[in-house]
Design a protein around this ligand. Structure first.
Ligand code: ADP
Ligand code: MG
Length: 695
């Protein structure tokens, strides 16, 4: 304000008044800038452009009077603070003063203007204006400060936010790396936990082992701690499985002689008695003079690998075996078949020749011998055919327990009195679909071999049982179809077999018996029969430890087993679907069971409406309708008619407690339909179904 010249604006329509004012002001404020306006409009313009310190305003002016000008000035935010001094001619005009105050007048000067009053007023007004300006400046400064602080705050806020975001990102990254770290730690832990290898060092002095140190991990593989190894100089050798000790001692000798040896694979018996396979990888350290100073061994548990190898070997062996058997079977079957025809001719003509011989005793005897030999040959070919599975077998429902029970007497005769015969049969019936004579043959062949294996007596035992073959069953790999099986176990306490024999026993003509004692066909036949029944056979045997054969046969469906057993061979379904409509629950269940037990699929419905509904649901698959004639909601004929509209050629069999005749008379059925009378004989029903389906 100090270096600002005081600016005074005078607004008056009277030129003379302005001149007077100018003179007066100049007198009092020689430095002041004096602006003059001859009307209100010009005055407002100057006020806006010059920002005066004081405005001297005349009241009475044409166009725009002083009140209007003041109102406008006070309405302008830039000029609101500029003091307005009304210059009035009317000294005591109270009305004008009030009006002037209302529009914002700051002070009054009466005309004629007194110089000292003018000076005082202007000074006062300038002070006000200065104060205003100062206040405004202060306000602006404050505003600027606030602005500055705000933007500073804003900046720091943004910086904070950025920082926070950075932190967040960093945190996330850290978290991720934490996770990665944790994962890698876990992995490392797993690896180290899995790392069961251990290491040992043997110090040698003058060709003798003087100190052995095991790494702590030895306890994982062996069950023995490093301290136990340190305390017992021969623990390492005692731990080796007896079968491998010789090998280890031999290797130890090589080591002591300073020879490098390849890794040794051997078995150990853990402290808890478990057998494990390990490899021991040995590195020798020698002095400059070539003396062995110490050696390191790294021991690794390879049990799982060994198991897998054995398993793989077993599977390969089985595959090879089954291929071989297949090939031999085909060959044997082909030869046997032709040979059988030749034998038929030999036996046929031989028999005729013998019949025609009259009185030629000796020739008759010769022919008799020839025929006997031919019959033996026929038996052989029969056996070969059985092995090659070319022989037809007739499967019937049988109880495996019965078979064993009935053949017992014959078996006892075969094995003689030196050998004890034991049976252990399952409590429940064991329903199987088998050719009984063939199973007898299997038992006979196995018993014969058992007898031969126990020349000094022993025990032959035959057991029956049912086992559920699932993935965990020890011999599960043998089975194409898992699930419950009948198992027939035949074991003896004889001399057993070595691995080589075991690998060949099912081959035709493989025998270890002296000429004339064995044909080598017994087990080949057993194998053929078992395979032909869809079964499996396994053998366990060790020299001197007896032999156990296990024969698995598919189990027959127990629910239909009983009804089947008493029946003649029944024509079976080929998976056809039959829609059954019958309102009597019991009858319907029996029919369903019988259908499902004989190769059909059944769809149940308890009345005519449901039958139609089920047919629509299963339209494509249904081959035959089995309809009760009298049913609630819709009788059998109506259901049939409705279904016929969907499929005109649908086959149907009607069932009813009424006789054929009565129903026909009632007009329920046309005489051309197939009909079966109640009570329904399941076998008759099955036969009828087959006939209708095959028509
Ligand atoms: P064969 O009895 O005429 O020798 P097999 O096919 O019945 O022919 O048996 C083949 C071989 O399997 C026998 O020679 C014998 O070496 C071995 N073998 C079969 N069963 C037993 C058993 N229970 N104990 C020991 N060895 C057996
Ligand atoms: Mg035999």
């Amino acid at each position: 304000m100090a270096n600002r010249k005081t600016k005074i604006l005078a607004i008056d329509d009277n030129q003379d008044n302005l001149i007077t004012l100018n003179a007066l002001i100049k007198e009092a404020f020689p430095e002041a800038v004096i602006l003059a306006a001859l009307n209100g409009k010009r005055g407002l313009e100057l006020a806006a452009s010059e920002d005066p310190d004081v405005i001297l305003l005349d009241i009475v002016m044409p166009d725009m009077d002083g009140f209007d000008v003041c109102k406008k000035l006070k309405a302008d935010p830039n000029l609101r603070d500029t003091p307005v001094v009304f210059v009035t001619a009317l000294k005591g005009d109270k009305q004008s003063r009030i009006l002037a105050l209302e529009v914002g007048a700051d002070a009054f000067l009466a005309k004629p203007i007194d110089e000292s009053e003018l000076t005082a007023q202007i000074r006062a007004m300038v002070k006000i204006k200065t104060a205003h300006i100062e206040r405004r400046d202060e306000k602006e400064r404050l505003a600027a400060l606030v602005e500055e602080k705000t933007s500073e705050l804003k900046r720091s806020y943004i910086a904070t936010i950025n920082l926070m975001e950075d932190l967040k990102r960093e945190n996330e990254a850290r978290q991720k790396s934490d996770e990665a770290l944790q994962a890698s730690e876990a992995r490392y832990r797993r690896i180290t936990e899995g790392l069961t290898d251990y290491q040992y060092t043997v110090r040698i002095e003058k060709g003798c082992a003087v100190e052995t140190k095991h790494s702590p991990a030895c306890v994982v593989i062996t069950g023995y701690t490093a301290e136990e190894f340190a305390a017992d100089a021969f623990l390492w050798l005692r731990m080796v499985a007896p079968e491998d000790r010789e090998l280890i001692i031999e290797r130890a000798r090589h080591i002591m002689e300073g020879e490098d040896i390849p890794p040794i694979e051997h078995r150990i018996i853990r402290k808890d008695g478990e057998l494990r396979w390990v490899t021991d990888n040995i590195i020798l350290y020698k002095s400059d003079s070539g003396d062995l100073m110490y050696y390191d061994g790294v021991v690794k548990d390879i049990t799982e690998r060994k198991k897998a190898e054995v398993e793989k070997h077993k599977l390969e062996e089985q595959l090879r075996q089954s291929h071989k058997m297949e090939a031999i079977g085909t060959l044997a079957g082909g030869v046997a078949h032709d040979f059988n025809n030749i034998l038929t001719a030999i036996i046929g003509f031989g028999t005729m020749a013998k019949r025609r011989l009259k009185g030629e005793e000796s020739i008759g005897e010769y022919i008799g011998e020839m025929l006997a030999a031919a019959n033996r040959a026929a038996e052989l070919t029969h056996a070969l055919l059985a092995f090659s599975r070319k022989q037809t077998i007739a499967l019937k429902p049988e109880n495996l327990n019965d078979i064993v029970y009935n053949v017992e007497k014959m078996l006892r005769r075969v094995i003689g009195e030196e050998i004890e015969f034991k049976t252990k049969l399952a409590h429940d019936d064991i329903p199987v679909m088998v050719d009984r004579g063939q199973i007898d043959q299997v038992l006979l062949n196995l018993a014969t071999n058992a007898r031969d294996a126990m020349p000094d007596g022993g025990v032959l035992s035959v057991e029956t049982d049912i086992v559920d073959i699932d993935g965990s069953y020890p011999e599960a790999h043998l089975f194409e179809n898992k699930g419950p099986h009948a198992v027939l176990t035949v074991s003896d306490t004889g001399y057993g077999m070595d691995q080589n024999t075991r690998g060949n026993i099912f081959e035709p003509f493989f025998t270890t018996k002296e000429v004339g004692k064995g044909t080598g066909l017994g087990l080949a036949v057993v194998y053929g029969i078992v395979k032909q029944h869809g079964g499996n056979i396994s053998v366990y045997s060790e020299p001197g430890k007896g032999t156990t054969f296990r024969i698995y046969l598919p189990l027959a469906n127990a629910s239909v087993y009983d009804s089947l057993r008493t029946a003649l061979p029944l024509p079976l379904g080929k998976g056809e679907t039959i829609l059954v409509a019958e309102d009597d629950n019991k009858v319907r269940k029996i029919i369903m069971m019988s259908l499902e037990g004989h190769g059909y699929k059944g769809i149940e419905s308890e009345d005519g409406d449901t039958a139609v509904k089920r047919f629509i649901e299963n339209n494509d698959s249904v081959s035959l309708l089995l309809l009760d004639v009298i049913m609630p909601s819709k009788n059998g004929r109506d259901a049939y008619e409705e279904i016929k509209r969907i499929r005109p050629d649908i086959k149907a069999i009607f069932m009813s407690g009424y006789t054929d005749d009565i129903i026909a008379k009632k007009g329920v059925l046309q005489d051309s339909v197939d009909f079966i009378a109640k009570p329904i004989d399941p076998d008759a029903l099955l036969r009828k179904i087959r006939t209708v389906l095959d028509r």
